[in-house]
Design a binder for this molecule. Structure first.
Ligand SMILES: O=C(O)c1cccc(C(=O)CC[C@H]2O[C@@H](n3cnc4c(=O)[nH]cnc43)[C@H](O)[C@@H]2O)c1
Length: 212
């Protein structure tokens, strides 16, 4: 199985580069945000073909009970607030007739190993502006699924993969709660450790399985 690992930053995958090299697995660092991700992944998929795209990264969680470092797989991811204001309400892009805002994982024909299946699923939103106002966050906690995560790339990753017709999965580790901005509460090292532990375990099992 020819796998491409996709992350927004070098930092998010740095600890796993020796594993990528060992198995000759490609990786792509897109830059932060949906525009950078869609461009970089779209370009790469014009140049090379893959059996599976794996987006990994850190994320914020809307669930205040989430322990930092928790690793989750993303079932579907939505470009947040993609549409138009209509008076005091919001008109989604779907209702405007200009496309879609929500995109999902697509599993490959070859079964994935237990390291993937054993992860809990959640949904996510992708934002251009990280939420940091207590008022907005309180409202979103009632609107979004309880364990919803927030990143700046996931929906664009699924979008580019869907456009190219390539199976795709997304796995994120919680680095922070989505709360009034206070980066002193973040634990990026813990999230990176659990994300990369998971990634290396997944690749070790998946590559061994595929090679038999
Ligand atoms: O300094 C800040 O306010 C800040 C806010 C969000 C992210 C960062 C980063 O340095 C990491 C960028 C990277 O992390 C993902 N991420 C992590 N937590 C969140 C979040 O709460 N909301 C949205 N994105 C988040 C994101 O996908 C970026 O690629 C610094």
């Amino acid at each position: 199985m020819n796998i491409l690992i996709v992350s927004a930053t070098e930092l998010e995958i740095a600890d796993s580069v020796p594993t990528f090299n060992h198995y000759r697995i490609d990786h792509l660092v897109t830059g932060v945000g949906m525009v950078a991700t869609a461009y970089a992944l779209g370009k790469r998929l014009q140049e090379r073909s893959y059996d599976l795209l794996v987006n990994v990264g850190i994320a914020g969680s809307f669930n205040p009970e989430h322990e930092l470092g928790t690793v989750l797989k993303i079932k579907s991811d939505r470009i947040f607030r993609f549409g138009a204001e209509q008076g005091s309400s919001f008109l989604p892009i779907e209702q405007m007739g200009f496309g879609e805002s929500s995109f999902s994982e697509r599993l490959p024909a070859e079964d994935l190993v237990a390291a993937y299946h054993n992860l809990p699923y959640t949904d996510a939103i992708s934002v251009n502006m990280v939420h940091g106002s207590a008022e907005t966050i309180k409202r979103l906690q009632t609107e979004l699924p309880k364990n919803c995560l927030e990143s700046m790339e996931g929906a664009a990753f699924f979008y580019a993969a869907q456009k190219a017709g390539v199976p795709c999965i997304q796995v994120r580790a919680v680095s922070n709660l989505v709360e009034e901005r206070n980066t002193a509460n973040w634990n990026i090292p813990k999230a990176l450790q659990s994300l990369n532990d998971w990634l290396q375990n997944f690749l070790n099992h998946q590559k061994r399985e595929s090679d038999f």
